[in-house]
Write a protein that binds this ligand. Structure first.
Ligand SMILES: NC(=O)c1ccc[n+]([C@@H]2O[C@H](COP(=O)([O-])OP(=O)(O)OC[C@H]3O[C@@H](n4cnc5c(N)ncnc54)[C@H](OP(=O)(O)O)[C@@H]3O)[C@@H](O)[C@H]2O)c1
Length: 265
């Protein structure tokens, strides 16, 4: 060990010079992630299908002194995503941080045989995450740069729920995919990690959390769902080149202790 001076937190988590592409930046967690990355110095490429929302967010970031571009694209469409990476690159530079956040949840029981819901879930939550990670890594390598990939998993990567069979399988796959990416990309100076949030109220689940899902709070040791901003620290840790320098292939749980308990014990 050398005697290097300890860094200040602001320097450890500084993202100046980084270009971050955030999928699903039009609402919920992705919108917050884009704001946090921009607030810490990254130029941000905002990707989702609802481009009007992205444009409003880009405007907000730019008027706050940051750099941002709104790019309308469907993560399930390979050509659209290649074009999105091209647009990000020509406006801001090579993407060095990818936040693979876009995701869907289709409530159903597998026995109902909803093959379309299963396929859509795998296409958006798994296949698009793989394709984006590979696209980003190939571009970084070609440019002679390293970088960081953060995939958004879930506490359903570790266990299963009542209505969410396809979603739970997809998020378990995201966790395993993250290990493979971390392993394969390490030699290229690219880290890949996942963030596994517990429950945060967003468009994805607000109705359910306010209704039938509210009962779940009794099983969370902190007795509440997550609040906006409570993923910021973990996101920055995994994304920042200095703070996260030796972290790869990991899945970080941020859930108020939700996954700690074995039911009935
Ligand atoms: N909220 C939670 O409690 C929670 C917990 C664990 C994990 N997560 C994960 O966190 C991520 C974000 O979820 P959220 O809660 O923030 O939900 P949300 O508010 O519904 O946001 C989902 C985002 O994904 C985008 N998206 C969906 N399909 C897309 C597609 N085909 N192409 C491009 N973008 C697409 C949506 O944008 P457009 O509709 O504009 O395209 C939207 O911006 C998801 O991966 C989710 O599984 C959430």
């Amino acid at each position: 060990m050398t005697e290097a001076a300890p860094m200040k937190a602001a320097d450890l988590f500084d993202l100046t010079g980084e270009v971050a592409l955030v999928t699903g930046a039009s609402s919920g967690l992705g919108k917050r992630f884009a704001r946090v990355l921009a607030a810490n110095g990254a130029a941000v490429a905002l990707v989702a299908r609802r481009k009007d929302r992205l444009e409003a967010l880009a405007q907000e970031i730019i008027s706050g002194g940051g750099k941002a571009i709104a790019i309308g694209a469907d993560v399930g469409d390979e050509a659209q995503m290649k074009a999105a990476f091209d647009a990000a690159e020509s406006a801001l530079g090579v993407v060095t941080i990818l936040i693979n956040n876009a995701g869907i949840s289709r409530a159903s029981h597998l026995i109902k045989g909803d093959v379309q819901g299963w396929r859509e879930t795998m296409e958006i939550n798994v296949e698009a995450v793989r394709a984006n990670a590979v696209e980003a890594a190939q571009r970084m390598t070609k440019a002679g740069k390293g970088g960081a990939i953060v995939n958004i998993a879930s506490i359903l990567s570790f266990g299963v729920g009542r209505w969410s069979g396809a979603y739970a399988v997809s998020k378990a796959a995201v966790m395993q995919l993250t290990k493979v990416l971390g392993f394969e990309f390490a030699r290229h100076g690219i880290r890949a990690n996942a963030l596994a949030p517990g429950y945060f109220s967003t468009e994805l689940n607000a109705d359910w959390l306010a209704g039938g899902g509210a009962e779940m709070m009794n099983h969370i040791p902190m007795r509440r769902f997550g609040n906006e901003g409570e993923l910021d620290g973990a996101l920055l840790l995994l994304a920042a080149p200095r703070a996260g320098a030796y972290i790869t292939g990991a899945t970080y749980v941020v859930d108020g202790g939700h996954t700690l308990q074995i039911a009935g014990v």
